[in-house]
Design a protein around this ligand. Sequence first.
Ligand code: ASC
Length: 150
Amino acid sequence: MKKIILTAIAVSASAMSFTAAAQFAKPEDAVKYRKAAFTVTAAHFGRMGAMAQGKAPFDAKIAAENAEIVANMAKLPWHAFGEGTETAETKAKPEVWKQNAKFKELSEKFQAESVKLVAATKTGKEDAFKAAFTATAGTCKSCHDDFKNK
Ligand code: ASC
């Protein structure tokens, strides 16, 4: 009984650290959720990518709106890589679970850089935007290299 109570306290304490964390009835639901979160992230990151690569004119307001969405989305997928979700139809490599500390570290780098990207867009300066965009894209890539199948 004591153990059950302690477990309940530990679970609620970790849930409290991120109050918006979703809960899932089935592993498939978690996989669907994290894929959806990455899809939305990529759409808004891509919108900035076009500006960073000079394929679209730089517009600080559009950059800021998209950067804010990315920074918010960046918080979401990680809670959906729980136990039992590694066997589902997924591009996630087994390393996500085998080297979970590294995965977590890289996910936090992405979150940190995406917050800096928001700040950069708010300067209105194209150079600052491009530098922060490149830094953020680097965090996407470093995680994909080790943890995502093509
Ligand atoms: C994107 C996108 C990714 C990243 C990655 C950065 O726009 O969809 O997965 O950037 O290519 O290296």
